[in-house]
Design a binder for this molecule. Structure first.
Ligand code: ATP
Length: 228
């Protein structure tokens, strides 16, 4: 079943148009990689889905509902869990308080998240402000999972982190996928991203230009749209 369906999305920052027609779908249980070079509109697409930078036109349907006009907290409550670029935690709450702040009952529990990220369990009583960047990213992912979202959105979740921490986060993403979680993911590390993705959607200059299975993403397409 289609969980998220976006058609003809157009989004502006003031007078400057960033998206010119994004089409994107995520099916239940699917991991979709949203790809494209820098500045092509990946983060803007995510911000539009969550109504942080509302779309001017196009349709956004989630679980069969038109969500284009809903406020961000309503969208979160409907089941979209966002881990935004630049991880945001409450610095003056402890790790455990951060995790539980937005928790809702469901498959993901505190114990489950602690098993996924043992480092968080070890630091459960520490203030989030004292965590390393990588630990804060784990906390942001754990917190989103604990809202028990139907769709988890990860925007550059491994960006700028030490290699060993990136490995931990990719391992967690693979585990979360195995649990059947639907995921929309943006990440620059193709060697990790492609094996975890069921489908790729590529943006160029604010438009969807390619959509298909990772195996169909040949060298020519990668060169043309991703510059690798
Ligand atoms: P990156 O990989 O660099 O994060 P991206 O694919 O996520 O890139 P966006 O951040 O969505 O791309 O940017 C799409 C376009 O919108 C770019 O031309 C960018 O300059 C512009 N843009 C992004 N944020 C803003 C903003 N706050 N104000 C004005 N223009 C913006």
């Amino acid at each position: 079943m289609t969980l998220l369906e976006i058609r003809g999305l157009e989004t502006f920052y003031g007078k400057s148009q960033a998206l010119f027609g994004v089409d994107l779908t995520v099916d239940e249980g699917e991991v979709v990689a949203l790809m494209g070079r820098n500045g092509m509109g990946k983060t803007t697409t995510i911000r539009s889905i969550c109504h942080l930078t509302p779309a001017r036109s196009g349709t956004i349907r989630f679980a069969g509902k038109d969500i284009a006009r809903l406020r961000p907290h309503k969208i979160a409550r409907l089941g979209i869990g966002l881990v935004p670029e630049g991880r945001r935690c409450f610095p003056n709450l402890t790790v455990e308080e951060n995790l539980l702040a937005a928790a809702r009952t469901g498959k993901w529990t505190l114990a489950g998240v602690n098993a996924l990220f043992p480092r968080l369990a070890e630091r459960r009583g520490q203030y989030a402000s004292t965590l390393s960047g990588g630990e804060q990213q784990m906390l942001a992912i754990g917190r989103a999972l604990l809202t028990n979202p139907s769709l988890l959105i990860l925007d550059e979740a491994t960006e700028g982190l030490a290699p060993v921490i990136r490995q931990d986060i990719w391992r967690a993403i693979r585990t979360v996928k195995k649990e059947g979680q639907s995921i929309l993911i943006v990440d620059k590390t193709l060697s990790e991203l492609l094996p975890v993705a069921d489908r790729c959607t590529i943006l160029e200059k604010g438009r969807t230009v390619w959509n298909g299975a990772p195996a169909a993403l040949d060298d020519e397409t990668q060169q043309r749209f991703l510059g690798v």
